[in-house]
Design a protein around this ligand. Structure first.
Ligand code: GTP
Length: 173
């Protein structure tokens, strides 16, 4: 499996574009066009493997339960409680004086949704952002390999769903 598709979801202004742009260009620009969705493409080498990464930036999402939604979508598609790699990321760690969600709340939500949890700042640290995306890609890649070894029937419909989302406008960085 050499194609990895990652959707960065979250409510308005949380820093989705900032995270993606930071990862792809190493820069934090400050203001990002948010009126339209984008797909960014990048070739990566992880553990000696060449991967094609697509990062989907869909603009803002409704606040409630994205993690649960992903899990439900996946269950509906595959009838099995496995496979989707979900990372819960709290951005803007540099703004700790106006923090609204505690680290513990984040960790709890991540545990409930069976996802990995990160807190970081797109504004301050490139390395943490790069590490987080690398882990996402590595996990997705390993997951894909494991899936390839299993019977792939259920994952076909999931792949179709993801392709529907990613079959839109593309951008390259
Ligand atoms: N202080 C701080 N500001 C950030 C950080 N990340 C993003 N921002 C700011 O937050 C604002 C929103 O960032 P965007 O990347 O446009 O957020 P978004 O989630 O893509 O926004 P929509 O596309 O409108 O949903 C911008 O003013 C960014 O400069 C961060 O880590 N720290």
């Amino acid at each position: 499996m050499n194609d990895i598709k990652v959707a960065v979801l979250g409510s308005e202004g949380v820093g989705k574009s900032a995270l993606i742009v930071r990862f792809l260009t190493r820069r934090f620009i400050g203001e990002y066009a948010s009126s339209s969705e984008c797909i960014y493409r990048k070739r990566l080498s992880i553990d000696g493997r060449q991967l094609n990464l697509e990062l989907y930036d869909p603009c803002s999402q409704a606040k409630p339960s994205i993690v649960h939604l992903i899990r439900e979508l996946h269950l509906g598609a595959t009838k099995r409680d496995v496979d989707s790699v979900v990372f819960l990321v709290g951005n803007k760690q540099d703004l700790c004086h106006v923090r609204e969600v505690s680290r513990e709340e984040g960790q709890q939500l991540a545990a409930e949704g069976k996802c990995q949890f990160y807190e970081l700042s797109a504004a301050e640290h490139y390395q943490e952002v790069a590490l987080m995306f690398s882990k996402v890609v590595r996990n997705a890649s390993l997951n894909g390999k494991a899936k390839d070894r299993r019977r792939p029937s259920g994952s076909k419909s999931m792949a179709k769903l993801i392709n529907n989302v990613f079959g839109k406008r593309r951008k390259s960085v």
